[in-house]
Design a protein around this ligand. Structure first.
Ligand SMILES: [Zn+2]
Length: 285
């Protein structure tokens, strides 16, 4: 069975992510540990952490994914911002370990005018510092595939392979975002492009390192280098791209998490649209 879910709000108390997941019929959820556009760190009470585990068990929602803050830039040329980002990632990862979060997804960083080689080097140096402070046992750290807007690093499989190479002994992997890869120039809504992309992952990173699918259609055209999510089937990717992922021998075993615009009951509609694209196994004669 393909596990489908969505990014849900963690406001007020983190245990509410499970209530919010159940409300929309999610089998897996993703959330932020603190406001993604604020540097403020929120401590959680023991009671809140306990409630989180209880509801997780009761609902059976799995896997549980945390998305990092949007403010972090591990590639930054600004040493202050880089140090702040490293500290932020360490804080979040320590909390993930404590909460036994399955996956932690991060945007590796933005070059912002820097030479991209330099930006890649900065991310690797930053991650060495992170891993010197946090040992990952419960949580797997995932770099997200990015669209490449504003010098984002992680827009190609080659870049991701470089970022992962020094940490092959760690709990580390990749989160594939359908909107981002399509915007970055991978034509995953046609069979040929889809299988070419899959092969590239296989050869350069290893399919087993791909752990989560962010399932979003794209508001902008193919290869636009823009990161604008759209409801399933309403964007430039269209149903075909999702059908290929949902029915693929490898990808169908991964959690599919929606990060589509939040309004009305769109999460419910999008989950339904994805479920309808799953082909049932042929009945044996
Ligand atoms: Zn993301």
């Amino acid at each position: 069975m393909v596990r489908i879910g969505a990014h849900v709000s963690s406001s007020k108390s983190i245990d509410l992510v499970f209530d919010r997941g159940i409300e929309i019929g999610a089998e897996t959820v993703q959330f932020f540990l603190s406001s993604p556009r604020s540097w403020a760190w929120k401590e959680r009470s023991d009671n809140e952490k306990e409630l989180f585990q209880k509801k997780r068990e009761k609902t059976g929602i799995y896997p549980v994914v945390v998305h990092s803050s949007y403010l972090f830039n591990l590639a930054s040329a600004d040493k202050n911002l880089r140090e702040k980002s490293i500290k932020g990632v360490i804080n979040e990862l320590k909390m993930c370990e404590e909460l036994k979060i399955d996956y932690y997804v991060i945007h590796a960083g933005k070059a912002k005018g820097q030479d991209e080689k330099e930006a890649l080097k900065n991310i690797i140096e930053s991650m060495k510092k992170v891993f010197s402070e946090v040992e990952l046992i419960n949580t797997t750290f995932l770099y997200e595939t990015l669209a490449g807007q504003k010098g984002e690093i992680g827009k190609t499989t080659d870049e991701l392979a470089v970022l992962m190479e020094p940490f092959s002994d760690k709990n580390i992997g990749i989160c594939v975002d359908t909107c981002h890869i399509y915007s970055a120039g991978y034509k995953i809504n046609e069979e040929e492009g889809f299988y070419r992309y899959k092969k590239e992952l296989e050869e350069k990173i290893g399919l087993e390192k791909v752990k989560v699918i962010h399932c979003n259609d794209s508001k902008t055209p193919f290869n636009s280098r823009k990161d604008r999510h759209e409801h399933i089937g309403e964007g430039s990717i269209g149903y075909m791209g999702f059908e290929l992922f949902l029915n693929d021998e490898y990808f169908k075993n991964l959690p599919f998490i929606l990060e589509t615009p939040k309004s009305g009951n769109w999460d419910i509609i999008n989950i339904e649209r994805l479920r309808n694209l799953i082909k049932s196994a042929p009945v044996a004669q």
